[in-house]
Design a protein around this ligand. Structure first.
Ligand code: GDP
Ligand code: ZN
Length: 461
């Protein structure tokens, strides 16, 4: 039996900092070689089976290094699927694993359906049906939760945008339909092309925009927006630096919307954080003073997580209490820093003020307590207490892959239209684009093209 090569994240996100992208199929090694660079420059294809290799994943398009990885190479037939299998171990948790998966899909792999590795193992005679069913049940239980998350996202902006793109395409298709039905009317033909082109070009540019944000930035931008606050001199900059140093920064020093806000992306135990620093934080200045009360309120309000730093060696001040007030209904972790110095803070009072919120003590200068803080962040996240505005991990990868396809088909339609190809030929590409976009928002077959054309334009009588 011949199969294509599939890829998926084979460790459920959220379980540990190491995540694996698994490739299986005849092209698994070749696809991995398109992305993988070993220090020895030796290709995986030249390596022996059942060996592990250290190296980097590189984006073939930009030649940029994306991730540091360990790659396990296992050739058929002694593998789970009885096909060639490559497992790319990413140390950067969900952000990094998603990037690697996106690259593998662009390099020629197809995103595996839930349970497809197991299905192959079964079809290739590696496991029997009852074993396969047991594994499938497990996977289904996991994907159901993922589906719930995905469905909630569907109501969001992406889905509205996709719907409007599809509507434009549908109008083009209807127009072309008229054209095909009445070929003798030249004026219809004359109207069709420019209108169709204009709509198709708009759709193409919107898809390109979406891809632009999703390709490199989107997943990263979806990190939890995290703001470090506290009075001057309590150790905010030190905390930021510790988090950045301990956790390889994914992207450093990305200028935000304005020059006075700097963002650092770090990965804390698989949780992507977008640490929002303000110009003031670095220069031992008060965030409120520096960027103004309004601005800082806005930064606070948009934060998914707040790290509120207090000084262990000083009594609580009026300003501390104001900050407690400001963060009251938000997700925050109180970090009591400078425990190497004599205690002045009233811990009972702090505990009372934080109620059930998490509290961590640190001495950043002695590098103590950072582990506990990271633990607290990961717990908050994986227990679902923090909800990022726009988390679209795995389904995002699926979206990206579909958007690439849609971009291709609509570009085909545009070049066909520009080359005077007959309208009914162009219509095929436009319809295909409409269908692919439909897959992103989960439009079902029942609700297909013909129905929508019938209901909206009463065509085909
Ligand atoms: P920020 O103004 O809140 O950003 O505070 P900084 O991070 O700039 O730190 C202010 C001062 O406190 C610096 O001199 C730091 O070296 C010092 N500091 C930071 N953390 C600790 C700590 O845990 N113990 C002690 N003793 N000093 C610290
Ligand atoms: Zn500072």
């Amino acid at each position: 039996m011949e199969f294509d090569t599939i890829a998926a994240i084979s460790t459920p996100s959220g379980e540990g900092a190491i995540a694996i992208v698994r490739l299986s199929g005849p092209e698994a090694v070749a696809i991995a070689d398109r992305l993988f660079r070993a220090p020895s420059a030796k290709a995986l294809a030249e390596q022996a089976s059942h060996t592990i290799h250290y190296g980097h994943i590189e984006d073939p398009a930009t030649k940029e290094t994306a991730e540091e990885v360990m790659v396990a190479l296992m050739r058929a037939p002694k593998t789970f699927t009885r096909e060639d299998v490559v497992e790319i171990n990413c140390h950067g948790g969900i952000v990094s694993v998603n990037r690697v998966l996106s690259l593998a899909l662009r390099a020629g792999a197809r995103l595996a359906e839930p349970g497809e590795f197991t299905k192959r193992a079964f079809l290739n005679g590696r496991i029997d049906l009852s074993q396969a069913e047991a594994v499938m049940d497990l996977i289904r239980a996991k994907t159901d939760r993922a589906m719930d998350v995905a469905l909630t996202q569907m109501e969001g902006r992406l889905s509205r945008l996709i719907s409007s793109l599809r509507q434009a395409l549908l109008e083009s298709i209807a127009q072309m339909e008229v054209n095909i039905d009445y070929p003798e009317y030249d004026d219809v033909e004359e109207m069709t092309r420019p209108m169709m082109l204009e709509k198709a070009q708009w759709v193409q540019s919107e898809i390109a925009k979406l891809l632009q944000t999703s390709q490199q930035g989107k997943i990263l931008r979806e990190g939890l927006s995290t703001v470090i606050i506290g009075r001057p001199n309590v150790g905010k900059s030190s905390l930021l630096n510790s988090l950045v140093q301990e956790n390889k920064a994914i992207v450093t020093e990305i200028a935000g919307t304005t020059r006075d806000i700097i963002e650092e992306y770090v990965n804390v135990r698989g949780v992507p954080l977008r640490l929002v620093d303000t110009a003031g934080i670095r220069e031992t200045e008060d965030i409120v003073e520096r960027i103004g009360v309004e601005r800082s309120r806005k930064v606070l309000k948009e934060a998914d997580l707040i790290l509120y730093v207090l000084n262990y060696a000083e009594a609580l001040t009026e300003e501390d209490l104001l900050l407690f007030e400001a963060v009251r209904d938000m997700n925050y972790i109180v970090v009591i820093n400078k425990t190497d110095l004599p205690q002045q803070i009233d811990l009972d009072q702090v505990k009372e003020l934080t109620s059930d919120k998490r509290l961590v003590t640190t001495s950043l200068i002695e590098e103590e307590g950072i582990d506990q803080l990271e633990e607290a962040i990961a717990e908050l996240f994986f227990e679902g207490e923090i909800e990022a505005g726009d988390m679209t991990y795995v389904s995002n990868v699926r979206h990206i892959s579909l958007l690439h396809q849609a971009h291709q088909t609509i570009s085909d339609a545009i070049s066909a239209a520009e080359m005077d190809v007959p309208v009914d030929m162009i219509q095929i590409d436009v319809t295909r684009t409409w269908e692919i976009l439909g897959e992103i928002i989960g439009d079902t077959a029942d609700d297909g093209l013909l129905n929508q054309l019938f209901s909206q334009f009463c065509l085909g009588k």
